[in-house]
Design a protein around this ligand. Structure first.
Ligand code: PEP
Ligand code: MG
Length: 618
């Protein structure tokens, strides 16, 4: 654009254009969440405009609309304050660039022209809060760009554009917080791009197409939060918890992301780019080599058979699961069925989905877990149907989550049980309850299960000859410590080490600030795993691990040594874990587990895990 060009229309103004200037290389570090290397253009999720239909309210609703706006302002402030607090891990130069931007956003959330204008539009023109935010932020941005008179220097025009962008950006944040809308605009993601975003909710991750995406990096997020779990499952290289990144990117940036090392480098230098290309080829070659393990049995060197299954969070993973060599699905997280839709899926919709997954597994078993709503797994369909409150609990992870909600709203559980029981006529199925803490919950759920089963028989539905086993997740310390009593009620256990770690250590699994404290091999967690495993083995009851720990090949000897023989993990991890299984003998694993369990120092345990297989002094 020449110096005297008039500003383009607003929608074009925000479209980021590739530029040819030479950009300095900038390296960022975060949490390595999903392995692999990505090279590509950066796509920032804050770019697209929210699509908000112009929506009017009644005069009587002005106060409540104002209250919604206040809540969104408060939430936006909290988000920005959190991002600002984490900037101190950055080098001075990057911090000096990003901090003023975040300050500007925070200032705009105060008694600014934007907020005053939004309130006026709600009160005077009866616009909904989100419509008022869009209208006001666009009006301000247009007014700023109207100052771009012919004759103004390119730098001045660029500075005006930056200011207009900032207003629109804070408007988008407010709208996102008002609507809790997922980033539906992923449709515009260029092929092979690296997605950079401040945060990514599990419902957003569910909309990603792994075939089009090279990698993901976000400022927020922890190692085993649900977003991390999904990205790993989709096989998308990812680094989360990267302080300052979303605010450092500029239109036209490119990046190299290393999901194994936990790094992302913007505008890589030619030598770094060349090294990344070599790493990409080496990674692909290694995957090919691992793929050859597919047909080999999962058994230890001394012949002990081990069951390796896959976790499924989205149906798009099915081909990856089939290729991985996993024998069945050990954890089908059904939350995806409820995400990104306005109504709760009915029995027939659920049945058809479960049935297609069961059939795709071609006779291999499928463990279907009923809905685990709560914590960070926000599901709009449930709030719009009034099943869960619009406003989250003070402590969502400790609130009405998993089986607690299902027993409070048994119609949800009945519908899901009916769909699963019908799908079980098409292949081997097990049914699993999430977030159990008491024996009473299992008894209550089983009563409903039996009742639904009888009802389906009366209805003349085609069912499996025998009702599928009904098991439970062991993912709270309460459940782990009651494992002997729970083993009398449940047909199997699946140990969910993600939540078990979070609840035992009081560390949010999706929170970058405390990510260094999230430690699945902390002795307290391992003791609970051991206690629950032994309770199951005493009862000769099936027990597996389906938390992320199961997919870490470095922990395979320890878990085998604790007596576990069944693991369910993201499909991408199956070949490596199989390799680890085939490399060990059970007696060595048992001896090793005893040494680990004698330790109470997490660092010592880590050192032991790192040294497994090396000669020891004792
Ligand atoms: C777990 O908590 O370990 C688990 C497998 O369940 P989710 O990750 O779905 O909470
Ligand atoms: Mg869990």
């Amino acid at each position: 654009m020449s110096r005297t060009d008039p500003p383009p229309p607003q929608h074009q103004r925000l479209r980021r254009t590739a530029s040819t200037d030479i950009r300095a290389e900038r390296a960022f570090e975060g949490i390595a969440v999903s392995p692999g290397v990505a090279i590509g253009p950066v796509f920032g999720t804050s770019e697209p405009d929210p699509e908000i239909a112009r929506h009017k309210i009644q005069a009587a609703d002005i106060a409540s609309e104002g209250a919604r706006l206040d809540a969104a302002i408060a939430q936006s402030r909290t988000q920005l304050a959190k991002l600002r607090a984490r900037l101190n891990v950055l080098p001075d130069e990057s911090r000096a660039e990003i901090a003023p931007l975040i300050e500007a956003y925070i200032r705009m959330l105060g008694p600014s022209r934007l907020i005053r204008g939004v309130r006026r539009r709600i009160e005077d023109t009866l616009l909904s809060a989100e419509s008022a935010v869009v209208a006001e932020s666009e009006a301000i941005a247009d007014a700023i760009m109207d100052q771009a008179e012919p004759g103004l220097s390119a730098e001045d025009v660029a500075s005006l554009r930056r200011r207009a962008d900032e207003v629109l950006e804070i408007g988008r944040r407010l709208v996102r917080n008002l609507t809790r809308a997922p980033f539906r605009s992923f449709a515009g993601l260029p092929e092979g791009a690296i997605l950079v975003s401040e945060s990514l909710r599990p419902a957003d991750a569910a909309l990603l197409d792994p075939a089009r995406l090279a990698g993901v990096a976000t400022e927020e997020g922890g190692a085993d939060g649900h977003t991390a779990v999904m990205l790993r499952a989709l096989g998308v290289p990812a680094v989360l918890g990267v302080a300052g990144l979303a605010h450092a990117i500029r239109p036209g940036d490119t990046a190299v992301l290393d999901g194994t090392a936990g790094t992302i480098v913007l505008n890589p230098s030619p030598p770094r780019l060349a090294a990344a290309r070599r790493a990409l080829t080496a990674y692909a070659r290694e995957r090919q080599k691992l793929a050859r393990l597919r047909r080999l049995p999962a058994e230890t060197d001394d012949g002990e058979a081990v069951e390796l299954q896959a976790n499924l969070e989205l149906p798009v993973e099915l081909p990856l699961i089939v290729q991985s060599g996993a024998v069945g699905i050990g954890l089908l997280r059904t939350e995806f069925l409820f995400m990104n839709r306005e109504t709760v899926p009915d029995e027939q919709t659920q049945f058809e989905t479960y049935r297609s997954i069961v059939e795709a597994m071609n006779g291999d078993p499928v463990t279907i877990r009923v809905l685990d709503w709560g914590g960070e797994k926000e599901i709009e369909a449930l709030s719009s149907a009034g099943i869960v409150p619009e406003v989250a609990d003070t402590n969502p992870a400790l609130g009405l989550r998993g089986i607690r909600l299902l027993l409070r709203r048994p119609e949800l559980l009945e519908t899901q049980f009916a769909a699963v029981l019908r799908a079980a006529a098409f292949g081997p199925v097990r049914v699993m309850l999430p977030m159990v803490t008491t024996v009473a919950e299992v008894r209550a759920a089983r009563d409903i299960y039996d009742r639904v089963s009888r009802r389906l028989r009366r209805r003349g539905e085609r069912l499996a000859e025998k009702a599928p086993p009904l098991g439970i997740m062991i993912e709270t310390p309460g459940a782990a410590l009651s494992a002997d009593a729970l083993a009398l009620e449940a047909d199997f256990f699946a140990i969910g080490t993600n939540d078990l770690t979070a609840y035992t250590l009081a560390v949010d699994r999706g929170e970058s600030d405390v990510a260094d404290l999230y430690d699945p091999i902390h002795p307290a967690v391992l003791r609970l795993v051991q206690f629950a495993t032994e309770a199951a083995l005493r009862m000769r009851m099936p027990v597996s691990v389906c938390g992320e720990m199961a997919g870490n090949p470095r922990l395979t000897p320890l878990l085998l040594g604790l007596g576990l023989r069944s693991f369910s993990m993201n499909a991408g991890a199956v070949p490596r874990v199989k390799q680890a299984v085939r490399a060990v003998e059970i007696d060595d694993c048992a001896r090793f587990a005893r040494r680990v369990m004698d330790q109470s120092d997490p660092e010592r345990i880590q050192a032991l895990v790192d040294s497994f297989g090396q000669p020891t002094a004792d």
